[in-house]
Design a protein around this ligand. Structure first.
Ligand code: FE
Ligand code: FE
Ligand code: ZN
Length: 161
């Protein structure tokens, strides 16, 4: 039987559910590794938000009458491994924070791509409640990404001074 947009939506919902859970597990490592307090705080705050993202996805599963289910996301596993590599390779370096900002942004951009698509599909399938829930999370991912950009820039300025 030919698969539908609904199948695609469900696949990607399971993918981002897996990803959010991995991110939730990884953020404490990033916070611990960060040298400047602003970056530590950003990762810690985003971890609290990520708990909310997981809960919202569970609500989205509910709107489609399903229990939450995760499907391995190879992409987020790769992005997280690269971040861990940065911590291992640059742990002693003054550019570690710059590397952590970039690693965090790779995560946020992946999430933004996934949520953007899910929202578009939810709207196409006339699922406004799911679209609204997913959009609340997307807005938090966008803000987290912007904050990382700011921290990266102010960190550069400090070094230049
Ligand atoms: Fe998230
Ligand atoms: Fe994925
Ligand atoms: Zn995020």
């Amino acid at each position: 039987m030919q698969k539908t947009l609904n199948d695609l939506f469900l696949e990607q919902l399971k993918d981002i559910y897996f990803a959010e859970k991995q991110i939730y597990k990884t953020l404490p490592k990033m916070a611990k590794a960060a040298k400047i307090s602003q970056l530590k705080e950003a990762f810690t705050t985003h971890r609290e938000q990520t708990q909310g993202h997981i809960a919202r996805l569970e609500e989205v599963f509910e709107t489609i009458g399903r229990g939450p289910q995760a499907k391995t996301c190879e992409a987020i596993k790769g992005i997280i491994s690269e971040g861990e590599e940065t911590i291992d390779d640059f742990g002693e370096s003054e550019v570690l924070d710059a590397g952590l900002v970039a690693a965090g942004q790779a995560v946020e951009h992946y999430e933004m791509a996934r949520y953007g698509a899910l929202i578009a599909w939810a709207k196409q399938m006339n699922m406004p409640d799911a679209a609204a829930l997913l959009n609340e999370t997307l807005q938090e991912e966008i803000k987290a990404d912007q904050l990382l950009t700011q921290i990266g820039a102010s960190n550069d300025n400090k070094k230049a001074a």
